[in-house]
Design a protein around this ligand. Structure first.
Ligand SMILES: O=C(O)CCC(=O)C(=O)O
Length: 244
């Protein structure tokens, strides 16, 4: 670990569902229903990783996929602000992406609000939505959403905000598992003892927290977008960060 400076959650972002050790708490369905109406299925503990089958409705997915940005705006991916290496084309990532303006439509504002309610943070902590597109053979190699991942598995904590505290990655289309495209956590195993993988399904989300209670990046949440073999995969990142 190169950098051990601590991040303290700002008071309003400690959140009802984000525990003090930085993990997303398992929340009883009935309690969560009050906030978001969503059910979190825990697919891994320590660190907690959740799947939400219907994070987005079919209409919300259509809204995103019929937008002008989606039809015309995709650009080649580069390593982004989280790693402070802007505008550098990244050999670890050959997908393309497009950003949506904050609250640019009422549907987008609703999705942002849902993400903030999920973590019990204010909506200003939710970054603009980012949609990613993978064509056959494209992938996003091992990385960490908070900072640069080194070969020894350590992750550098960016010195300054914004630091991505939590990730919701929502799949916008179905992909047959035989065509690849899963989100894989190479350091974690599922209950069958094989590496934890989440497979794309329209509207479904995988949810995790990028930080430990010590305020350092949680290296266990390193993940990758596996190559898609046929067809196209679309996903949407919804991050919360500590920017004021
Ligand atoms: O494509 C995936 O399954 C994961 C994408 C991802 O990790 C990212 O965009 O940061």
């Amino acid at each position: 670990m190169r950098q051990i400076a601590k991040i303290f959650f700002p008071k309003d972002s400690v959140g009802k569902y984000l525990s003090r050790n930085g993990h997303l708490n398992p929340v009883p369905a009935r309690e969560l229903a009050n906030a978001t109406g969503l059910f979190l299925q825990q697919v891994h503990a320590s660190p907690n990783i959740y799947v939400i089958e219907d994070f987005l409705s079919g209409q919300e997915v259509d809204h995103i996929m019929q937008s002008k940005e989606f039809r015309k705006g995709f650009k080649k991916s580069f390593t982004d602000a989280a790693t402070h290496l802007q505008n550098k084309v990244d050999s670890n990532r050959d997908s393309s992406f497009v950003w949506f303006g904050k609250m640019q439509t009422s549907v987008i504002a609703r999705i942002e609000r849902r993400a903030s309610q999920l973590f019990g943070v204010t909506a200003d902590r939710v970054e603009p939505l980012q949609v990613v597109k993978y064509r056959p053979g494209q992938f996003f190699g091992r990385h960490h959403d908070m900072g640069v991942l080194f070969d020894d598995g350590s992750v550098e904590l960016p010195e300054r905000p914004p630091r991505r505290l939590t990730t919701i990655f929502v799949y916008l289309n179905d992909v047959d598992p035989s065509n690849g495209g899963s989100t894989r956590f190479p350091g974690l195993v599922n209950e069958d003892g094989i590496p934890l993988e989440v497979f794309p399904k329209r509207g479904k989300a995988v949810v995790f927290c990028n930080i430990t209670g010590e305020g350092t990046p949680d290296e266990r949440t390193v993940h990758e977008g596996c190559p898609i073999l046929q067809g196209v995969k679309y996903g949407m990142n919804i991050w919360t960060n500590d920017k004021r």
